[in-house]
Design a protein around this ligand. Sequence first.
Ligand SMILES: NC(=O)c1ccc[n+]([C@@H]2O[C@H](COP(=O)([O-])OP(=O)(O)OC[C@H]3O[C@@H](n4cnc5c(N)ncnc54)[C@H](O)[C@@H]3O)[C@@H](O)[C@H]2O)c1
Length: 333
Amino acid sequence: MTIRVGFIGVGGVAQVHLENMKENNDVEIVAVCDVIAKVAESTAHRYGAVPYTDYNKLLTNEQLDALFICVPPFAHQMIEEKAAARGIHLFVEKPIGLDIYTVHQKYRSIKEAGIITATGYCLRYLDIVRKAKKYLADKTVGMARGYYLTTFVETPWWRNMNKSGGQFVEQTTHTVDLMRYLIGDVQKVYADMALRVMDDTPGIDIPDVGSINFVFDSGAIGNITTSFTQPDHRSGIEILGRGFSLLLDEDSLVITEEDGQQQIDRLVDFRKEQDDTFIQAIMTGNRDLILAPYEEALATLLVTFAANQSADSGSPVYVDSLLEKRSEKNGIY
Ligand SMILES: NC(=O)c1ccc[n+]([C@@H]2O[C@H](COP(=O)([O-])OP(=O)(O)OC[C@H]3O[C@@H](n4cnc5c(N)ncnc54)[C@H](O)[C@@H]3O)[C@@H](O)[C@H]2O)c1
């Protein structure tokens, strides 16, 4: 059985997925689409695929089992709905959209089609995250602190709120998702964000610093600091409970207890693990293999929207209120 895979959006992150798929013996990369013709053509040439510049044509002409959607956050259009209607299993890069209503519409199409979905929350596939989750299973978390401090992303769409959603929605979402995965759902968000020092960047309208507080459903509290003003990249989380802490980044997990400290280093290529698991889930029909299906990405997205809303209003935002407002307005949820 060969899984016939297509790609829509073959810029930066798609190159990683393409390489992973090339190395997967169960996969044939059939077609790629990018609105920039020369990007579509050169990528297609590299992987022996058919190039497209219009995703509708790709979906009409090709028989696909699976599709990687790697367009920027503002550019999802109706890709998910149209692919789902054809029964194509979907890998959707995070963040899965910039508007609660359209993302819910997509989710409904996906549910109706019964397809398998995965999203780009790759940190869930870290072996050290699995270990941290197991360690926490019988523990009470008191609080968590996270940070995503990095460099500016030059890609033109990234600096605009209406195209990327800002750093917290677009990037720091990985940290939010990791906290949700390890600690549980977030109930309340209070955020301060500001454009403090990068305001001379042409066209920029997203905050370059942010400090975001959470209350989890469990009663645990947490915070994340976020910034793209830095010359280097640092990200990770620390989780504290009575007599223990877990310090986790992409490369290692440090567990500190009263009688000592243990460091466990990452062994897996978590992005490859993520992509191969998607293919494995399709081949076996076992969707439980997927650690971040579409609905999990949706839940994480809502927390990041709540943060933006809180930063705008200056008030705390209950994550559920985002859904309630929408439901009152449209009567569909
Ligand atoms: N999971 C991760 O770790 C990770 C890492 C990087 C990026 N991402 C996510 O992946 C997404 C893409 O990011 P990127 O860095 O690859 O962006 P990018 O700008 O490098 O690439 C996006 C590509 O999509 C193309 N495109 C835009 N609209 C299209 C359309 N309608 N049809 C076909 N092609 C279209 C663009 O021409 C571009 O080549 C973003 O949501 C980003 O957050 C995830």
